[in-house]
Design a protein around this ligand. Structure first.
Ligand SMILES: [Fe+2]
Length: 352
């Protein structure tokens, strides 16, 4: 049996809180020495990962998707490759994917990966293969345990009493882009089949209600709990996709991004998103590309939505990507997102 380790037993240089920076030290200097060290010290890895919420491995010479996969397997040997998320993704190895093909101007708000499926991933990993320009394209992290603790009692009670209902509308195979830039990828790219019965089977497994809408469109409606208990520590975690799927998300995110990085581009995108949201609000909740209401279909008050968004931004950690960085995230506790960027950027993802 492995003995429990104190921080003094690890060879690395360690610093920071979220994420805990892990840099070469002693004999552990590159992927070929890091991997066996991780394999031999699973208790140290898991204890640090849960306590901090994320580990950033920096300076280990990670250059390829295979290097990335090797480190990820050192943290969690059980990588998965089935995916019911909403970001379009391309494979780099059997288990490593491009993080997101969503347009670079689009802000990906904080979320715990696939929080809306029955068993979300326990670990999510990112690797920076090509860093974005300084001051853009970061993958911010947020401790969703802290977000829950930070919310006012009244806000928490209204969310717990109301629950969440998520609506998503997908176009189908052969249906072209319409004029909605917030449109999700076509459903056959998410389910990897064009067979309606197979889609219905996968949805039944997850408790998603399926409606085939005019032509080849697919509507998914499902509920999800507002919080989950952390499986190791028992802490209550804000663990849902409200701030990702709500129709007010793009404008609300750009508003905060434009304050964080006041540029003409961000201000322009905020204005554009406000216009698109005003248009979208002409349609019912069920017709939105994505939307979230209380379980009974009532709209969530703007003030409560803003309370959550503000709590998320108060706890946001924005770390500049360096080439070869690998981040391991405890997906039960810590969310991730992406800030807009321009120009080259290549970040890969895998999960367990
Ligand atoms: Fe994600």
């Amino acid at each position: 049996m492995l003995r429990a380790m104190s921080s003094h037993d690890a060879p690395f240089r360690l610093s920071g809180d979220l994420p805990l920076h892990v840099e070469p030290g002693g004999d552990v200097t590159d992927v070929s020495t890091l991997r066996p060290w991780l394999d031999a010290h699973p208790e140290w890895v898991q204890e640090r990962l849960v306590r901090h919420g994320a580990l950033l491995f920096r300076g280990f010479g990670v250059a390829t998707p295979a290097d990335f996969e090797s480190i990820a397997r050192g943290v969690d040997p059980e990588l998965k490759n089935e995916y019911l998320g909403t970001s379009p993704r391309d494979g780099l190895t059997d288990y490593v994917f491009n993080a997101s093909e969503l347009p670079e101007f689009y802000p990906i708000p904080q979320h715990c990966e696939m929080s809306f499926v029955k068993q979300p991933p326990r670990r999510v990993f990112f690797c920076c293969l090509v860093p974005p320009a300084e001051g853009s394209g970061e993958t911010p992290l947020c401790d969703f345990r802290a977000v829950w603790r930070d919310l006012d009692e009244g806000v928490r009670e209204r969310f717990l009493a109301g629950g969440l209902r998520i609506v998503r509308n997908y176009s189908g195979p052969g249906e072209g882009d319409d004029d909605d830039p917030m449109r999700l990828k076509p459903w056959h790219e998410m389910f990897l089949t064009t067979d309606h019965a197979e889609v219905e089977r996968q949805c039944a497994e997850q408790g998603f209600e399926v409606t085939w809408t005019g032509g080849e469109g697919l509507r998914l409606v499902h509920t999800q709990p507002v919080t989950r208990d952390h499986p190791v520590t028992g802490e209550t975690v804000w663990h849902n996709h409200l701030t990702t799927f709500h129709l007010g998300t793009p404008a609300a995110e750009y508003e905060r991004i434009a304050k964080f990085r006041p540029t003409e581009r961000h201000r322009g995108l905020h204005k554009l998103a406000l216009g698109l949201e005003a248009n979208a609000r002409q349609k019912s909740a069920l017709e939105q590309s994505m939307h979230v209401t209380y379980e009974d279909g009532r709209e969530i008050p703007d003030a409560d939505l803003d309370a959550v968004r503000d709590a998320v931004w108060r706890h946001l950690v924005v770390e500049t990507w360096q080439q070869g960085d690998v981040v391991a995230i405890d997906n039960h506790a810590v969310s991730h997102g992406r800030l807009p960027y321009e120009g080259p950027r290549h970040v890969a993802v895998c999960w367990a």
